[in-house]
Design a protein around this ligand. Structure first.
Ligand code: GDP
Ligand code: ZN
Length: 360
């Protein structure tokens, strides 16, 4: 397949960190998950692409959905002559992870995409424009470990661009705000500063805001053809199609699960930094910031330092993420718990807790 000849394994976002960790498993080969199907994966390796499944041991040991591979994961595989599929034995430590609540009763966190360095939060400057939505994206992104960059699309449809940018900058916390339109000839140049060498980027945003338009531009003509082939195949066979693409600037992840995300897991401490700071000054430690006397946030709303919309957005996300009524310490514990489940089940978490206690 000529598609493979277009890229070498080095174009798949590998860096020193992953190479160092991979060296701990000399018996296996490093690979990166480029697509995911029911129970199967497509991986890029130094020898091209291969289908893979997880080892029996991994299946047996894995208690949590989030400990299964996701698109973007670096994995250690083995392949055997005569067998069509490679075996995935280990997932290398993730730099970042996007999860969503699995459908069904378990409600567990299901991995959607891993090792994204920068995530572009896309919102168009027409009907889709909505500050609450952007606050939601920011909270999800900060929780994942990826760095969010706000991308305001369809700038050609905006009547007062400076005004819109000003408004978004008020909620952007630590993120840059980039505006663009499909009529710009310099889309790639505008996004290039966020692709440090070999980095992996992804896009979040409602359907129709222009994500494909941007991604196609980043991929360039040649790769676009590859992508179209992949897309067409996706419907017919479940064994082809790619969701991770090398592009001239770096690597792009475009999985269906990534595009629209719910705030099942959110980090409000950066997206709502000023609100969380105010909360520490509320009179009651368990203040719900709705009606209590001595609420520092309500006081800030009253004198215009923040507004009702932002407070309502904050309270809603807190509730969705299941953090309602929890102190920041308890939220931290909840996250830590989840993190340990990711890296190797509760057994490891218990071991870690014991070691921590010994140290005290
Ligand atoms: P996606 O669903 O987020 O991937 O959005 P698409 O990239 O498929 O774009 C959806 C529609 O919006 C298409 O008809 C595009 O031509 C159009 N579109 C994308 N970017 C722009 C833009 O900057 N300005 C205008 N006016 N239309 C755009
Ligand atoms: Zn309060």
């Amino acid at each position: 397949m000529e598609v493979k000849a277009l890229h070498s394994f080095n174009d798949y976002g590998i860096n020193e960190r992953f190479l160092t960790e991979a060296a701990k498993y000399p018996e296996y080969q490093l690979a990166r998950v480029v697509a995911q199907y029911r129970g199967k994966y497509k991986v890029a390796t130094a020898h091209g692409e291969a289908l893979a499944q997880i080892s029996g041991k991994m299946r047996f040991d894995t208690e949590e959905l989030s400990a299964y591979p996701a698109v973007g994961d670096f994995v250690m595989i083995s392949s055997q002559d005569g067998y069509p599929e490679a075996i995935i034995h280990h997932i290398l430590t993730r730099k970042s992870l996007f999860v969503r609540k699995a459908v069904g009763v378990s409600g567990q966190a299901q991995p959607v995409a891993a090792n994204i360095d920068t995530v572009f939060l896309c919102m168009s400057l027409n009907q889709n424009y909505n500050l609450n939505r952007m606050e939601r994206y920011l909270s999800i992104a900060w929780d994942s470990g990826a760095v969010p960059v706000i991308v305001l699309t369809k700038s050609d449809l905006c009547r007062d661009l400076p005004d819109a940018v000003r408004e978004v900058e008020q909620i952007s916390s630590f993120s840059d705000v980039v505006t663009l339109s499909m009529f710009d000839t310099n889309i790639t140049e505008k996004l290039a500063p966020y692709f440090f060498k070999n980095q992996t980027c992804a896009f979040i945003g409602s359907s129709g805001v222009g994500k494909s338009t941007i991604i196609n531009r980043l991929l360039g003509e040649e790769a676009l053809a590859t992508r179209e082939i992949g897309k067409a195949d996706r419907g017919r066979h479940t064994t082809t199609g790619r969701e991770l693409f090398p592009c001239p600037l770096g690597v792009v992840i475009d999985t269906p699960g990534m595009r629209e995300m719910g705030a099942d897991s959110a980090d409000l401490s950066k997206a709502f930094q000023e609100i969380e700071e105010l909360a520490t000054q509320c009179k009651f430690r368990d203040c719900t910031h709705t009606s209590e006397p001595g609420c520092a946030i309500l006081a800030a709303v009253a004198d215009g330092r923040t507004d009702n919309r932002r407070l309502a957005s904050y309270l809603k996300l807190r509730q969705e993420a299941g953090y309602e009524g929890l102190s920041s310490k308890e939220i931290e514990a909840k996250k830590l718990n989840r993190m340990f489940k990711e890296v190797g089940g509760m057994k490891n978490a218990r071991k870690f807790a014991k070691e921590q206690q010994k140290r005290k």
